[in-house]
Structure formats: C-alpha cells, structure tokens
Design a protein around this ligand. Structure first.
Ligand SMILES: NC(=O)c1ccc[n+]([C@@H]2O[C@H](COP(=O)([O-])OP(=O)(O)OC[C@H]3O[C@@H](n4cnc5c(N)ncnc54)[C@H](OP(=O)(O)O)[C@@H]3O)[C@@H](O)[C@H]2O)c1
Length: 308
C-alpha cells in the first residue's frame, strides 16, 4: 500500500510517500481500505516534535488519527462490522496512522458511517466532533446561556457553534473578518472579527470556549460573569486567573470515546450537525497539507486527504 511515513521529528519534508506491506487484520480488529484521512493540528505538532514532553513516538511513524473507508476484512471475534461496511476509524497515537491506503484498526475504535455522510465528511467530523462534544459536556451548556466560542471558523469551533445553537444558547463567536458570514451561517447570533474588533467589549458570558490559548485565554476571563465557566483545550500552558474573576476554568480532556464519536455521527445523520470540510488534497500531498495548516492557512473546517 501507499502511505506517508516519517523517521524523525522535523519540518513537513520529513514526511515521505512510500510503499509499505499491507497491514493484516488481528484479533478484535477490522481492516479498512481508507478513502479519506483528516489533517489535524495534532498531526503537525506531533510530527514537528512539539509534543515530545507528552508522547514518545515510536519511529518510523505513519501520521493521522482520523480516517474513513470501507471494511475489507474483519477479525474472527468481531461481530459489529461486516465486509463492505463504511467505517470511521480512530488510530491510536502509537500505532499506524490513517495517512495510508489501508489500516488495521481496533473495532472498539470504529463506528459505522451514516448513509448521508461521504468518507471525506466522516473523516472531517471525527476529531473535531469528539472535541466539540466533550467541550460542550464539560461546560454543561444549557438553553439560554450566553456563550462565546473562540475560533468559530475552525474545525472544532465551527461544530461548537452548531451544537450550542442547537441547544438554544445565545452564541457569539470570534473569527477573522473574512469568515463572518460563514460563522453566522453555522448558527452564531453574533460574530466578532478578531482582526478588526476587540472581543473584550463583551460582558456577562456564562461560558467561554477558548480554542486559541495565549493572550486570547488571558483576556477571556473579563467577559465572563461571576460564576461563569471558561473551558480550554489547547496544549499551551495557561495562567489560571479564575480566583481573581470568580469563575471556573477547566481543561476539556479529549478522549477517543467511541460513544462520543457515535453521538456525533447520530447528530449528523439526523441533520442537526454538518461536518465542515475546508478542502481536500491527495494523500501524496500530505507534506504540503501540513505546511498549509502550520501556516494557519486552513479555515472553515478540516483539511482532508483522499486516497485513490
Ligand atoms: N486537546 C485535544 O485533544 C485537542 C483536540 C482538538 C483540538 N485541539 C486544539 O484546539 C485548537 C483548535 O483546533 P481546531 O482543530 O479547531 O483548529 P483549526 O481548525 O486549525 O482552527 C484554528 C482556528 O483558529 C482561529 N484563530 C486563530 N487566531 C485566532 C484568534 N486570535 N481569535 C479567534 N480565532 C482565531 C482561526 O480562525 P480564522 O480561520 O477565522 O482566522 C482558525 O479557523 C488547536 O490548538 C488544537 O491543537 C486540541
């Protein structure tokens, strides 16, 4: 099979398009012919070596945690999938990733794709969907809450805007001015262009989702009402100012929870959530895809690699 492989941490050009033996299906696994793999910020940060304090990656490594494709073999003990099923898979951090034409994946880390989603949409929904859902659950957002979603045009933020709107919250989101209409179209009631306006003019928010970190995190405390909740999920450390402002600050711990992924697929199947695809590129162009993401040039959803 064709795959993207790197043997050392470094810039995007450490990734190479190579031929590898096909994986074989093991106990509890399904073998999937991948049609799509999403490119997440985690992928390039891991490749660059920025997450070395958290993960010691075995080398060589095939990147990409989220993929979608057709089941072509099942392990003897797997009953929930059959050959021909369309599956969304989450690869382990330390096992083979999804930038490849095939993957043998634990069935417990896969769900069936609803008929109304194509492979690209399913791959685009997986990590941002799980992340948005866990953020929402952590914040306990309820109808009528005044919510600020930072990075509303990003992959996670775009789904959070949709989910908060669906719950009946009053949603304000930040994005660059060029994305104002896009984010309003996702269901935001109000949008603040971070490149033209200062979001700290806002007041009395029940919840702020910080998907940016740094200075944006630091300045978010002042827009919360007392007792409000600040939820964050970026890898950078924060300065906890919760006591100063009388709010709670909580890191959303994103896991590979299969039930969460299933919930996202169910919401998409019911038409309550639309996966956001920024653009597609071919598998062999993975290095360029990483460069674009690293440069902040990917907006309005996930960049997805396609195979074949
Ligand atoms: N802990 C975890 O497991 C986990 C899981 C998922 C994501 N994350 C982290 O969460 C963050 C967001 O993830 P993502 O996948 O949504 O990333 P993404 O799709 O790359 O989106 C990033 C967005 O940030 C926006 N942005 C940049 N600077 C901003 C600012 N000053 N104010 C408001 N928005 C700004 C950009 O908006 P414009 O396009 O409008 O410029 C862009 O759309 C990343 O840091 C990622 O690593 C962590």
């Amino acid at each position: 099979m064709k795959a993207i492989l790197y043997r050392e941490h470094g810039p995007a050009n450490v990734m190479h398009y190579v031929d590898l033996p096909d994986p074989s299906v093991g106990r509890g696994q399904i073998l999937v012919r991948l049609a799509a793999a999403s490119v997440a910020p985690f992928d390039w940060k891991l490749r660059a070596g920025h997450l070395r304090d958290h993960f010691t990656l075995p080398m060589p490594s095939i990147p990409g945690r989220d993929g979608a494709g057709e089941v072509i073999a099942v392990g003897d003990d797997v009953t929930e999938f059959a050959i021909g099923d369309r599956a969304s898979v989450v690869a382990g951090v330390f096992s083979q990733g999804c930038y490849a034409e095939k993957i043998a994946c634990d069935a417990r880390n896969a769900v069936r794709i609803p008929d109304n989603l194509n492979f690209v949409e399913a791959a685009a929904l997986s990590n941002p969907g799980r992340s948005a859902w866990i953020c929402l659950r952590t914040a306990e957002v309820k109808s009528g809450d005044k919510v600020l979603v930072h990075a509303g045009a990003g992959a996670v933020g775009g789904l959070l805007v949709q989910l908060c709107h669906h719950i009946g919250a009053n949603v304000t989101a930040t994005c660059r001015a060029a994305n104002l209409d896009y984010v309003l179209g996702l269901g935001a009631n109000h949008v603040v262009a971070y490149d033209q306006e200062d979001f700290t003019a806002l007041r009395d928010r029940d919840v702020v989702f910080d998907l940016v970190g740094g200075d944006v995190h630091d300045r978010s405390y002042q827009v919360l009402k007392r007792g409000g909740r600040l939820i964050w999920l970026v890898a950078d450390p924060i300065i906890d100012r919760s006591a100063e402002f009388g709010v709670t600050v909580t890191r959303a711990m994103i896991t590979d929870d299969k039930e969460v992924l299933q919930s996202m697929m169910d919401l998409a199947e019911a038409g309550m959530l639309k996966p956001q695809v920024a653009r597609t590129m071919q598998l062999q162009d993975a290095a360029e895809a990483h460069r674009l993401m690293e440069a902040g040039a990917i907006s309005r959803g996930r960049l997805v690699l396609t195979m074949g």
